[in-house]
Design a protein around this ligand. Structure first.
Ligand SMILES: *[C@@H]1O[C@H](CO)[C@@H](O)[C@H](O)[C@H]1NC(C)=O
Ligand SMILES: *[C@@H]1O[C@H](CO)[C@@H](O)[C@H](O)[C@H]1NC(C)=O
Ligand SMILES: *[C@@H]1O[C@H](CO)[C@@H](O)[C@H](O)[C@H]1NC(C)=O
Ligand SMILES: *[C@@H]1O[C@H](CO)[C@@H](O)[C@H](O)[C@H]1NC(C)=O
Ligand SMILES: *[C@@H]1O[C@H](CO)[C@@H](O)[C@H](O)[C@H]1NC(C)=O
Ligand SMILES: *[C@@H]1O[C@H](CO)[C@@H](O)[C@H](O)[C@H]1NC(C)=O
Length: 449
């Protein structure tokens, strides 16, 4: 071998190394651009073959709240591995957003963000002048803010910790909420009214609290059944005459019938399910609500148990699926059902958090609800196997129609940084009141401090 050749080879090798280095740098640059930071209290919605995530908070310092206006989506049209999810960033929202819910119109797939905590993007400053409604057209990545909401009730201002749902006619139902924003803890309200926004005419109405309405509920989930009944599960409740929070027993299920506006309370039986906040709920094709995650009500560093449970909405019986593998533990996350896949993203990791530090996740987890196994690969064909559902009605003429979304549950996951300061305060108050047991409400049977 001549020395020239050796030189050439080395040179080639060095060039190749630099080439490789450039490729790696480029790849990691592109990669950084395409992976969202960990966050919690975002909201999410399925729109066709895309699972969108709106806003959230990425501060790990429990004393700070900074809401992002970022919008990300996962492309569910082709196969992927959960280690490398197909993330895409979309146009940002006009506001930073957390602790609200996004509703997708069954009429034209517009997304309606109604209420929630709205911030000047990437700050902890509440955007006080913000409209209560923001609309996203994902076809053209355009955000708009409606100028006029007919009959808007200004007492809805700042309303957050809400779980709106949208029905097949484009009516959004919003139960209760609070105007507490984390800034002024001296004067705030918890509401148990029902606000209705008709998105087809942008008309607002407020149903005064009914005599049989539940007390204000917070950090619960809301799931609309095909029968028009909204099912509220878990979270806190606030009993009348005081701002004292109290966990909602998982045996105590409140329902609201959107057809006749009647509230009723169901007593759920079956397996014993620990009460929780900041969990998520999705509705399956056969009328089961699967709840996942959450923390115990007064300590977001302790995971609720069991981690996954199913509620049969015809018998109101709870059961606990047999899951061989350990589940990831999250609260303030998002969950959506796409075919047989329950897709879980973002949130706080209770067991790794402390009272001053929030461990946040940007992992994606997929549970196959046919076999109740965690899977790492997503195959869109599996989602196509199921018939469409009545929950979401895809437009007849778009290419979204041949696969289905079964339903989406937004994490009550969308809870509040602020409520915890309130809860802390109230717990303190309650501890003091505990000296006077007569003033303490009776907890549900599965609740515990
Ligand atoms: C988005 O595109 C679909 C398919 O063309 C259409 O049916 C739908 O009305 C569009 N939505 C909006 C908000 O423009
Ligand atoms: C919440 O609403 C009540 C009643 O309108 C009002 O007195 C209170 O100041 C409001 N609190 C906040 C934080 O806006
Ligand atoms: C506005 O909402 C408040 C709080 O629920 C309620 O007391 C009031 O009656 C509502 N006003 C109208 C006009 O519906
Ligand atoms: C508050 O609760 C008490 C005891 O449960 C009940 O007697 C009272 O009527 C309630 N008051 C209101 C305003 O709902
Ligand atoms: C948060 O605030 C508390 C009380 O003010 C303080 O003790 C704690 O160190 C703060 N935590 C962080 C991470 O700043
Ligand atoms: C999905 O189905 C199509 C046609 O039925 C097939 O070509 C493709 O390989 C399948 N993809 C996966 C990931 O199984």
């Amino acid at each position: 071998m001549s020395s020239y050749k050796i030189f050439f080879n080395m040179n080639f090798f060095q060039n190749f190394q630099s080439f490789l280095l450039i490729i790696i740098l480029l790849f990691s640059f592109v990669n950084c651009q395409n992976i969202p930071n960990p966050r919690y209290a975002q909201t999410s919605s399925l729109i066709g073959k895309r699972l969108y995530f709106f806003g959230g908070d990425f501060t790990t310092n429990a004393n700070v709240s900074i809401a992002t206006n970022e919008v990300w989506y996962l492309d569910l049209s082709s196969s992927f591995n959960t280690a490398t999810p197909p993330w895409n960033k979309d146009v940002g929202m006009p506001i930073g957003y957390k602790l609200g819910t996004s509703c997708v119109s069954p009429i034209d797939n517009s997304v309606f963000l109604v209420g929630g905590r709205m911030y000047i993007p990437n700050t902890g400053n509440i955007n006080l002048g913000s409209s209560p409604v923001h609309v996203f057209n994902s076809n053209i990545s355009l955000w708009t803010t409606p100028n006029i909401i007919n009959g808007y009730n200004s007492s809805f201002e700042k309303r957050n910790q809400i779980q709106p749902v949208i029905d097949n006619n484009g009516k959004v139902y919003i139960f209760g909420g609070t105007n507490f924003t984390g800034l002024d803890s001296s004067s705030f309200f918890y509401y148990n009214d029902m606000s209705i926004l008709d998105t087809t005419s942008m008309t607002w109405s407020t149903l005064a609290a009914f005599t049989n309405a539940p007390p204000p509920l917070l950090t619960n989930t809301a799931t609309l059944l095909p029968t028009g009944i909204i099912v509220y599960i878990g979270g806190f409740k606030n009993l009348n005459g005081s701002f004292m929070p109290w966990p909602v027993s998982m045996n105590e299920i409140q329902t609201f019938n959107t057809k006749n506006f009647v509230w009723s309370a169901q007593v759920a039986g079956g397996a014993s399910i620990g009460s929780r906040i900041a969990h998520s709920a999705v509705l399956t094709q056969n009328g089961e609500i699967i709840i996942y995650g959450g923390s115990i009500w007064d300590d977001r560093t302790i995971s609720a148990t069991p981690y996954i449970a199913k509620l049969d909405t015809s018998s109101w019986m709870w059961s606990i699926p047999d899951l061989s593998l350990n589940s990831p533990q999250l609260c303030y996350h998002s969950a959506a059902l796409y075919g047989d896949y329950m897709i879980i993203a973002f949130g706080q990791i209770p067991s790794k958090s402390s009272s001053s530090y929030y461990a946040l996740s940007n992992n994606l987890y997929i549970l196959d609800i046919k076999s109740y196994t965690w899977v790492t690969s997503f195959n869109p064909n599996q989602s196509k196997a199921l018939p469409p559902t009545t929950i979401q009605t895809p437009s007849p003429d778009n290419n979204l129609k041949n696969y289905l979304f079964i339903g989406i549950g937004i994490g009550a996951g969308m809870v509040l940084l602020g409520v915890f300061s309130v809860v802390g305060f109230l717990l303190y108050k309650r501890k003091r009141q505990n000296q006077y047991p007569k003033s303490i409400p009776t907890p549900g049977n599965t609740d515990r401090i």
